[in-house]
Write a protein that binds this ligand. Structure first.
Ligand SMILES: *[C@@H]1O[C@H](CO)[C@@H](O)[C@H](O)[C@H]1NC(C)=O
Ligand SMILES: *[C@@H]1O[C@H](CO)[C@@H](O)[C@H](O)[C@H]1NC(C)=O
Ligand SMILES: *[C@@H]1O[C@H](CO)[C@@H](O)[C@H](O)[C@H]1NC(C)=O
Ligand SMILES: *[C@@H]1O[C@H](CO)[C@@H](O)[C@H](O)[C@H]1NC(C)=O
Ligand SMILES: *[C@@H]1O[C@H](CO)[C@@H](O)[C@H](O)[C@H]1NC(C)=O
Length: 401
């Protein structure tokens, strides 16, 4: 069932990538809330001969794998009704996710409330299903004290991540949602520093400005959020998909020891793959197989000068040759390891063939002798060259164990 959903999502992502030549990360990247992003409602993909792989992030709500802690305002600037409608909103979004305690493409949710101080209401280990979340929504009572200690809310969330977010869950992005209807910067409990430290350590902060009927706005709250991670109900147009799209964005990252080739210009998520150099050489088929063992990574596809220069930049010694994903079969067919059609990507002016095309049965290595024009050359597959694995970023459509 899960694999089925995943396959549909991957296909629809590929279809989308074809529909927009620059991939699906359109101008602001994450506005694709018209339904195709949701594996359950996406239209059936049209069959296509074109299997050029996308190196951006897909977005499948049921495929999200995040640890999320909601830090909700429970001070006197909130009301009991306000708190419950806020929790209902979060619970509504969770209905489209896979909530549970399993390891894998499953998300967990915790709930912290704050007024003068913060309290952990539900830990990451408390919800085993979306039903558990729905049952919790109306059990959270407003504290209603005067203080608005977001900093303490962050502290309690961090403690919970520290306690229950490690081990089998350490591959997950940690997300804090700060939902507030009040924020006074500059006090002794200003959360700016705590928020910046959490973001600096790889955590994601999504802010929800919660404006009540006739209430005031809290624009300064935006300053706590990660890039592109601010939400508001100010205009009464907030949808569950807005939060879920932020979750997809949070779930889009390169694992430790993998480098992005480029980042989306607005939201800074990796939009052209993640790359992990291997520092000991191998024959081409073994290099290929090693990469495949890294969550189905491939040897790299190199279509232009900037990409070739990037590949070289990953080497300690830039005069070394390294394998590309290109190989030539015994009947002369060229194939990229990631299935990019050769007609879309082949050595020409940069990279160019150094000394004639590869001969049948050879694989293709890359060398950057001049620093400007990159050379490809054919070599016997048993040659030991360095190599770098290439993969799509970890995302809701690619689980990274
Ligand atoms: C595959 O996609 C590329 C880039 O979008 C396009 O140039 C090419 O014509 C497509 N090939 C087929 C067979 O549709
Ligand atoms: C992690 O997962 C392994 C294998 O599924 C399991 O045996 C182990 O108990 C888990 N550890 C924790 C701390 O959940
Ligand atoms: C936004 O992304 C850029 C580039 O990765 C980073 O330098 C910056 O710190 C990020 N801003 C926030 C608020 O996380
Ligand atoms: C790798 O790809 C195969 C075939 O598409 C799939 O069955 C398998 O689950 C994938 N493995 C990972 C770790 O993604
Ligand atoms: C082509 O150039 C590469 C890199 O300089 C070299 O290793 C290889 O032997 C050359 N092949 C031929 C057929 O000259």
């Amino acid at each position: 069932m899960r694999l089925g959903l995943l396959a549909v999502c991957l296909l629809s992502t590929a279809t989308m990538a074809l529909a927009q030549s620059d991939g699906w990360t359109v101008s602001d990247g994450w506005t694709a809330s018209d339904g195709w992003t949701d594996g359950r409602t996406s239209p059936s993909p049209s069959p296509s001969q074109n299997s050029s792989s996308s190196l951006g992030c897909g977005c499948s709500y049921p495929g999200l794998w995040l640890d999320v802690i909601l830090v909700a305002d429970s001070s006197s600037s909130m009301t009991q009704a306000g708190l419950q409608t806020l929790l209902s909103y979060i619970a509504t979004a969770s209905l489209q996710m896979t909530i549970g305690q399993q390891v894998g493409q499953v998300s967990r949710l915790g709930i912290v409330t704050y007024s003068d101080t913060a309290t952990l209401r539900y830990g990451l280990t408390d919800f085993a299903s979306t039903t558990d979340i729905l049952n919790a929504v109306f059990n959270v009572k407003l504290e209603g004290n005067g203080g608005s200690n977001i900093e303490d809310g962050i502290r309690v969330a961090l403690n919970e991540f520290e306690k229950n977010g490690k081990g089998n869950y350490s591959n997950r992005k940690k997300v804090i949602i700060i939902a507030a209807s009040h924020y006074e910067p500059g006090g002794s409990t200003d959360p700016q520093q705590a928020a910046a430290t959490f973001r600096g350590n790889g955590g994601i902060i999504i802010t929800i400005e919660y404006v009540q009927n006739h209430g005031t706005t809290v624009p300064i709250l935006d300053s706590l959020a990660s890039n592109c991670s601010q939400l508001t109900n100010r205009n009464e147009d907030l949808r569950a998909s807005d939060l879920l799209d932020k979750f997809c964005q949070a779930n889009c990252f390169c694992s430790a020891n993998w480098d992005p080739y480029s980042l989306d210009q607005k939201c800074y998520t990796p939009d052209n793959g993640c790359y992990s150099p291997v520092t000991i050489p191998a024959a081409w088929p073994l290099a290929q197989r090693y990469c495949a063992m890294q969550n189905n990574a491939t040897l790299p596809t190199v279509c232009d000068g900037p990409k070739a220069i990037f590949m070289t930049s990953l080497l300690k010694n830039r005069n070394e040759a390294q394998w590309t994903g290109l190989s030539r079969s015994s009947n002369g067919q060229f194939t990229w390891d990631d299935k990019t059609p050769y007609a879309n990507c082949y050595p020409d002016t940069n990279p160019k063939w150094l000394n004639g095309t590869a001969t049948n049965g050879q694989a293709v290595a890359q060398l950057n002798p001049s620093g400007f024009v990159n050379g490809f050359f054919g070599a016997p597959q048993f040659t030991d060259y360095l190599y770098t694995c290439q993969n799509s970023p970890c995302s809701s459509t690619l689980y990274c164990s």
